[in-house]
Design a binder for this molecule. Sequence first.
Ligand SMILES: NC(=O)c1ccc[n+]([C@@H]2O[C@H](COP(=O)([O-])OP(=O)(O)OC[C@H]3O[C@@H](n4cnc5c(N)ncnc54)[C@H](O)[C@@H]3O)[C@@H](O)[C@H]2O)c1
Length: 285
Amino acid sequence: MSNGNLRNVAGHLKSQKVELVRADFADSRALAELLPGSDVVVHLAALVSVTKSVADPESSRRTNAEGTIKLLDQCVINGVKKFIFASSAAVYGESNPPLKEDMSCKPLSPYAASKVAGEAYCHAYANSYDLETVILRFMNVYGPRRSGGPYSGVMTKFAEALQQGKGLMIYGDGEQERDFVHVSDVVSSIAAAMTNPKAVGETFNIGSGVPTSINGLAELFISAGGKRVPIEHGPARKAEIKASYADISKARGVLEYSPTFELRKGVGEYLTWYQENCEIQTNAD
Ligand SMILES: NC(=O)c1ccc[n+]([C@@H]2O[C@H](COP(=O)([O-])OP(=O)(O)OC[C@H]3O[C@@H](n4cnc5c(N)ncnc54)[C@H](O)[C@@H]3O)[C@@H](O)[C@H]2O)c1
C-alpha cells in the first residue's frame, strides 16, 4: 500500500469474493503460500512515478525490474500457468505515433527501462519455462479512484484545481497529445488477456487509440465543471514527449478489445467522483 487507498477496494472485500493479503509482491515466502493452485497472475504492482524513478533509480529498479523477475521465478516454482504483465507506453520513449508494438523500445527514464526489463524477462521465462506470458502496454489510464498528489497526472491536477475553484495550469503550449483510456476499458483488456489463448506470447497496446491534446482535455474539464475558469500556460516541461498515442489494431484484432468509454463522459464522471471523494483520499505518492 505504498500508493492507493484501502477504501478503493472496500466494496470488493465485503463481497467475500476477494481476499486482500498485504505483502511485498516479491516476497518469496508470502508467494509460496499464495501462488500454488493459481492459474493466472496479473502483475500490476509497481512504483509508477517517472519523476521519482529519476530521483531514486534504485527503488524503481529494485521494485519494478528485480521484483518482477522474483515474481516470475515464484510463478515458475509454484506452477502458475499464465502471467499478465502491466507495461507502459513509456517503453516507446520519443517514437513517432501512432505507436505500434513492433517499434523498438527507447526508454527515457529508469521507470521506462524497468518496464522494458520486465517485458524482456517475460519473453525469456515464457521461452525457457512452462509459463505463458502476455504483455499489456497501457497508455494514460484514468478513472474513479485515481489518487491525487504531485505525481498523479494531468486529470487529477485538473480535477483538484476545479474543486478548489482555481484555473487550470498547462505546461507549454498545451498541444502535446496523449492517449487517455478509461480504467474499465483497461480491465476488459486484462480479462481478455487472461482468457484468450491467442494472446499468449504477445504484446498489446492498450489505449483508446485517440490522441487528445492537453488544451482539448482542459476544455472538457471546464465544460464538465460548468463554470469558465482561466487557463494559464507555464513553461514547457523539460524533455516532455510531444505526442504519444497508440495504434490499438492488434488488441482489437486478437483480444477483441474495443474501448467503449468516451472521453467527455469519462471526464464528467471522474470530476464528479473527485468532488465527492477527494477530501477522504489520502495522497500516498
Ligand atoms: N496509470 C497509468 O496511466 C499507467 C500507464 C502505464 C502503465 N501503468 C502500469 O499499470 C500498473 C498499475 O498502475 P496504477 O496507475 O494503478 O498505479 P498505482 O500506484 O495506483 O498502483 C500500483 C500499486 O502497486 C503497489 N506496490 C508498489 N510496490 C509494491 C510492492 N513491492 N509490493 C506490493 N505492492 C506494491 C502500490 O502500493 C500501488 O497500490 C503499474 O504497473 C503501472 O506501471 C499505469
